[in-house]
Design a protein around this ligand. Structure first.
Ligand code: DAH
Length: 351
């Protein structure tokens, strides 16, 4: 019987080494330890032995059973560990792989346009001036030659906060602030910023952006205005079609509105330019003497030119955005749109 125990032990060890699945393990378990398995059968033979033999062989048998049990449970653990490692190797992350394309944030088209225009005007010699968005009506109107009860005040759809305080309806009041503060000539200033009007449709937003321009010096005349604005617009739009149309603003005399050839149809006439072939882009003129006076400029030999442009409008032209409200809806398709312009920072179109 001792020999038999040894043989079983050896064959058990060989069997255990050859397993390739959990079923194999189950098979071995029932072959050796099952009810009719090899080891229980040996136990049954114990009855035929003398008490001494029983003692000796019984303990060998117990050893065998114990070895078989621990061998099986250790093999099961080892096997499960092997399966786990194989599985996790399959799911392993390769840290050297390139990342999937992510959606990048970017600066708003209005911001990009603002920064580009400021940069361009700075290169032409303009300093950046500032004024408050919560403005006094004298600065917003009176000092710009729009006296109380003048109908031009009604045109502006003003948000009054508490009379005389209002949300500025244009950046023109910065002209006055700047002239009062910086008296040395020449004065060459731009004022970019937010303005507010009670107006909301496809071409108007209650808050929008303007850039004001002011150039005051001895002998400034309309030729300077024309040359400066032409050069500015030609640089932006790379085209020759710029025209000055007589107009009226209380704070300039003479006044002109500036048009460029329609960038959508190259002047042929389309829906955007209402078949005229022209797009209005800014207001301009020679600073009204009264405005210079309110600004503290006393010398009659000193004159000035001024202009004001709507940043949203230029953004729409540069980015080919047809409705002003799209600029404020925060639709990612609009926000990631790239300007069709050589000087705009490249936006990832795949972002
Ligand atoms: N302030 C005017 C507006 O908001 C725009 C404007 C027109 C500004 C002519 C100027 C100018 O400086 O000369 O409608």
């Amino acid at each position: 019987m001792l020999q038999e125990i040894g043989t079983i032990q050896t064959s058990f060890d060989t069997d255990l080494k050859s397993i390739s699945s959990v079923q194999d393990l189950e098979g071995i378990k029932s072959k050796y330890l099952g009810k009719t398995g090899l080891i229980p059968q040996l136990y049954k033979q114990l009855g035929r032995l003398s008490p001494e033999e029983k003692k000796e062989i019984g303990s060998k048998l117990n050893d065998l059973r114990h070895k078989a049990q621990t061998g099986l449970s250790e093999a099961l653990i080892a096997f499960e560990e092997k399966i786990f490692l194989e599985k996790s190797r399959k799911n392993m992350v390769d840290m050297t792989l390139p990342l999937p394309k992510a959606a990048y944030g970017g600066r708003h088209p209005i911001t990009q346009t603002m920064e580009y225009l400021i940069e361009l005007l700075a290169q032409m010699g303009f300093d950046v001036g500032e004024g408050p968005e919560l403005e006094h009506e004298d600065f917003n109107f009176t000092y710009l030659n729009i006296p109380e009860h003048h109908p031009a005040r009604d045109d502006h759809d003003t948000f009054y906060i508490q009379k005389p305080w209002l949300l500025r309806t244009h950046t023109s009041p910065v002209q006055i602030h700047y002239m009062k503060k910086y008296t040395e000539l020449p004065i060459q200033m731009i004022a970019p910023g937010r303005v507010y009007r009670a107006d909301d449709d496809a071409t108007h937003s209650p808050m929008f952006h303007q850039i004001e321009g002011l150039w005051v010096d001895k002998g400034i005349h309309f030729g300077h205005l024309k040359a400066m604005i032409k050069a500015f617009l030609q640089e932006i739009f790379e085209m020759d079609q710029v025209r000055f149309r007589p107009s009226f603003f209380p704070f300039t005399e003479p006044s002109a509105e500036v048009d460029i050839g329609c960038v959508f149809c190259n002047g042929r006439g389309c829906r955007v330019c209402k078949q005229t072939g022209w797009l209005e882009v800014m207001g301009s003129g020679l600073v009204h003497p009264k405005v210079l006076q309110y600004g503290g400029v006393e010398d009659p030999a000193v004159s000035g030119l001024a202009f004001g442009l709507g940043v949203e409008r230029l953004t729409m032209l540069l980015f080919r955005i047809p409705d002003m409200r799209m600029l404020f809806d925060n639709d990612p398709r609009v926000l990631t749109k790239a300007a069709r312009h050589r000087h705009f920072p490249h936006i990832r179109e795949d972002a």
